[in-house]
Ligand binder design. Structure first.
Ligand code: HEC
Ligand code: HEC
Length: 485
């Protein structure tokens, strides 16, 4: 095959793979997906929900550069910024309608860091959330619901909309707008967004073993680390594996993030300027007559986020930020904060009231303990490839030996190649072109067992198909990689 034929072949495979997953969505889920990824639904156009909630990062912010600098994402009007980091839009569908527990007056449920999409109006916090971004001036910035509905009415999925909600669906703007929110929430609850395909999930199903360090991390997470007190690691319900949140709110005493561009927004957006303080749940409760008496005891509290996909990133060096204001730039950082907030060198909390001192601040964990927790958190990323799946493409390899598909693929100009070694040994990882010529030697030497990852930089190479070949312990595996410039 010449390169051209190979390209057509590869594109055909991608296409088939793409449609296969689309076909598994119900019509309403497919409609929600079309809306979620439609970058025409902003003013000016160019911003979709996925601009801030993208699958390759576990439905949170897709830019390493933004995550490592402003943390907050610009709106459709690029000089405008909101005030918080985008949390994941996945695994939140089970958050209950916000309520106050009688026993201890704690608030549970709702969406957003401060819970303000309560679900009180629509009976569904997730759908209520989805009504916000289209009209938010610091996000998709459309002038009215009518503008959004007109855009959808003129989109290529307009017939899908009437197929799902009836042929009169566009007649009533108010109703149609709530249906948009319903479709988006339905997609956000779909198996495509919540696949439960992490190594941890397969471990629960007995299909793969955690490494010693990951197991150790799991244990500390559930015991002396106290993480599971809030990030619940038991099954959520009969049909739902652990979601790693109890949907409650807490003030962890996180420092202010001075790089948050919200501080320097115009007064129309931020009337408090540099003196702005993120009051979290308490700030929202102030606005609810029925609950304003509870505002003060909830200042600084933010919703406990799921920990699923906290480490999901497109390549090893990609930066993600953590916490409502993205103060932390690595998992090790935030775990170290939990461990040493009250005994280390940390800036003061943004909101000194209501800081939780019972469950964090001085955990007495060693650096190895912290690393183990991080290793455990890394098992929560969806898309883990089971050894069995790998064997189908391997030249007779034992369980747990594997060269994974490079990511991204197709790629330009560099891509991450991951592999796993069940035992230490002599390893070579080389790249060949379609003529069988050796292009690069990425690894050549003795390596410890474990998860490995190397970057393949093809800046100087022409477009086309390449082969990564891993040889270890007498076994060989090959993967195709497509460079598209
Ligand atoms: C400009 C970036 C941006 C865009 C565009 C955007 N979001 Fe968000 N999203 C955020 C931020 C920031 C938050 C947190 C805001 C807060 O808590 O105050 C958030 C919160 C959420 C949450 C709440 C998650 C939780 O656990 O509480 C969901 C769900 C969500 N967004 C879905 C969507 C959907 C659906 C769209 C499109 C209609 C969308 N987002 C568009 C930035 C964005
Ligand atoms: C008292 C409840 C509580 C405990 C205990 C707790 N967390 Fe959290 N966790 C939270 C809350 C609340 C947030 C969000 C706080 C904020 O942004 O202000 C959070 C945020 C996080 C985040 C950031 C997630 C994101 O999407 O930005 C990570 C990671 C995390 N926790 C891991 C852990 C680990 C690991 C432990 C144990 C060492 C732990 N947590 C213990 C309540 C808790």
């Amino acid at each position: 095959m010449n390169i051209f034929k190979i390209l057509i072949f590869a594109v055909a495979i991608l296409f088939i793979a793409g449609t296969a997953s689309a076909q598994s969505l119900t019509p309403k889920e497919a409609l929600g997906k079309a809306i979620f990824f439609d970058s025409n639904l902003s003013t000016p156009t160019g911003q979709s929900c996925a601009s801030c909630h993208s699958p390759e990062t576990g439905f949170t912010g897709p830019s390493s550069e933004i995550n490592s600098t402003t943390v907050v994402y610009p709106g459709a009007i690029p000089t405008r910024f909101g005030n918080r980091k985008p949390p994941t839009a996945a695994y939140g569908g089970k958050s209950p309608i916000m309520y106050k527990k009688l026993k201890d007056n704690l608030f549970i449920g709702g969406m957003f860091w401060d819970g303000r999409a309560t679900g009180w109006e629509l009976g569904d916090p997730l759908a209520e959330q989805a009504r916000g971004p289209f009209l938010n001036p610091v996000e998709q910035n459309n002038a009215s619901k009518e503008v959004v509905i007109n855009k959808i009415q003129n989109s290529d999925y307009a017939t899908l909309f009437t197929q799902v909600y009836g042929h009169n669906a566009f007649d009533n703007i108010e109703m149609a707008y709530n249906q948009v929110a319903d479709a988006v929430a339905t997609y956000e609850r779909s198996a495509e967004v919540n696949p439960f395909t992490s190594k941890f999930d397969y471990h629960l199903q007995g299909k793969v073993k955690l490494t010693k360090q990951e197991k150790n991390g799991e244990q500390i997470f559930n015991s002396s680390g106290k993480c599971a007190n809030c990030h619940i690691s038991k099954r959520h319900d009969k049909n739902t594996p652990p979601l790693f949140t109890d949907f409650s709110y807490d003030n962890l005493g996180m420092p202010k993030n001075p790089d948050n561009p919200f501080y320097t927004q115009l007064p129309e957006i931020n009337p408090d300027g540099v003196n702005w303080i993120d009051k979290g749940l308490g700030g929202f409760l102030e606005t609810v007559p029925q609950y304003s008496q509870y505002a003060a005891e909830n200042y600084g509290k933010h919703k406990v986020p799921t920990l699923r996909n906290v480490d999901k990133r497109p390549y090893e060096g990609f930066v993600k930020s953590y916490g409502h204001n993205g103060f932390f730039k690595s998992l090790k950082d935030i775990v170290h904060f939990y461990n040493t907030r009250d005994v280390g060198m940390w800036p003061p909390p943004e909101v000194p009231m209501n800081v939780n001192t019972a469950e964090l601040g001085n955990l007495g964990l060693s650096s190895e303990n912290e690393d183990a927790i991080v290793a455990f958190l890394k098992t929560l990323s969806d898309g883990y490839m089971l050894p069995l799946a790998r064997n189908s493409i391997a030249d007779g390899s034992p369980t747990n030996f594997g060269l994974l598909q490079n990511t991204p693929n197709p790629f330009n100009p560099s891509t991450q190649i991951r592999y796993e070694l069940p035992i230490a040994g002599y390893v070579t990882l080389k790249v060949y072109n379609t003529l069988g010529q050796e292009i690069a030697t990425l690894v050549d030497g003795v390596q410890e067992a474990g998860f490995k990852s190397v970057l393949f930089d093809a800046s100087n190479l022409p477009s086309g198909m390449y082969f990564a070949r891993l040889v270890a312990d007498g076994l060989t595996q090959t993967r195709k990689m497509l460079l598209l410039k």
